[in-house]
Write a protein that binds this ligand. Structure first.
Ligand SMILES: [Zn+2]
Length: 328
């Protein structure tokens, strides 16, 4: 078995981890092996077809964007965020990432911030969102009316076509049109052919085009601290959680250059991993843990977790990172 990131053989000397499925607590655990060469953690067993990995209440599919942004104010806000992102304006998005009261809005802001960071003076006219879920990002970007975004997901239930966005049930390998910007928002780590998928994405780039990868990483304080309870392991949906060394090797083996790299981890790395350690499910709404504002941590603890996340990001020790890639 090969490491999905650096392609070296996963030897028997590599350290093994047994990791519980914690999103739905289906009562199964899965074996992962550390790559001795690059340090990435790879799923080391076959998943049976009976394991329903992406049920209807899987978080990326449970939000209907048209419904969420139906009201005047949410739509106005989302449209302003999309315009800021496509113009490369970071101030407003940075504010939303830090202070928006809803976690979903902060997450959206961090995705839009990654797009604005890749902005190079020209508008990204054609955007591909790989692993789009229910299509929140293509929908939000369409509100700016400046671009066309195709959202693809192999588990998409309803396809959609509008002027500024489209949603298709597809994998990256099914796509043959070209794009100015291709996004992997926490989707690359779900694939069984990571290197081939990234290499194929590269072949779809217009000249001067950009790929953005947002991905969890084991080169982080959260992995070192929480290990099997780190919530971003997401066994067995994540086929591989890369190290930073592995990501550098992956980019270079795909003929891509890392133009920019920063961490955008949040306080979630602490409180959700602590919830997992207590045996809770990351999706169980009744625990109150999925709703950060209604959980029981003191204000002081919340403030210190946010501070700790910012410190981790500044030291490249956050539990998720953002890579901007261009053709070498
Ligand atoms: Zn490796």
């Amino acid at each position: 078995m090969q490491c999905l990131i650096c392609d070296s053989l996963l030897s028997d000397n590599g350290r093994d981890y047994v990791i519980d499925e914690t999103m739905f607590r289906i009562g199964q655990s899965f074996r992962y092996r550390e790559c001795e060469q690059c340090g990435s953690i790879n799923l080391a067993e076959k998943i049976s077809d009976d394991t329903k990995l992406y049920p209807d209440n899987y978080y990326s599919f449970s939000v209907d964007p048209a419904e969420t942004f139906n009201g005047f104010l949410p739509r106005l806000l989302a449209s302003a965020m999309a315009k800021s992102s496509l113009k490369g304006n970071r101030l407003f998005l940075g504010f939303m990432f830090r202070y928006a009261p809803m976690r979903e809005v902060r997450t959206l802001a961090s995705i839009l911030l990654s797009i604005s960071a890749a902005y190079s003076g020209s508008v990204s006219k054609r955007i591909l969102d790989v692993g789009t879920g229910s299509g929140v990002l293509p929908f939000v970007l369409s509100l700016a009316k400046r671009s066309y975004t195709l959202g693809i997901d192999p588990f998409l239930a309803t396809e959609k076509k509008a002027k500024h966005f489209e949603l298709k049930q597809a994998s990256i390998q099914d796509i043959h049109e070209t794009f100015n910007l291709i996004l992997f928002n926490h989707s690359l780590e779900h694939m069984h052919d990571i290197e081939q998928s990234l290499a194929h994405a590269k072949s779809l780039l217009e000249p001067g085009g950009t790929i953005i990868v947002r991905i969890p990483t084991v080169s982080s304080q959260a992995w070192d601290t929480y290990r099997e309870n780190w919530f971003q392991l997401d066994a067995p949906r994540h086929t591989c959680i890369p190290s930073r060394k592995g990501l550098t090797q992956l980019a270079s083996s795909c003929g891509l250059q890392i133009m920019n790299n920063y961490d955008d981890s949040t306080d979630t790395q602490f409180w959700l991993s602590e919830a997992v350690a207590k045996g809770l499910s990351t999706m169980d709404a009744t625990t109150g843990y999925t709703a950060y504002l209604t959980n029981t941590h003191s204000r002081q603890k919340k403030r210190s977790m946010k501070r700790e996340a910012r410190k981790n990001n500044s030291e490249h020790r956050g539990d998720q990172t953002v890579l901007t890639l261009r053709t070498t």
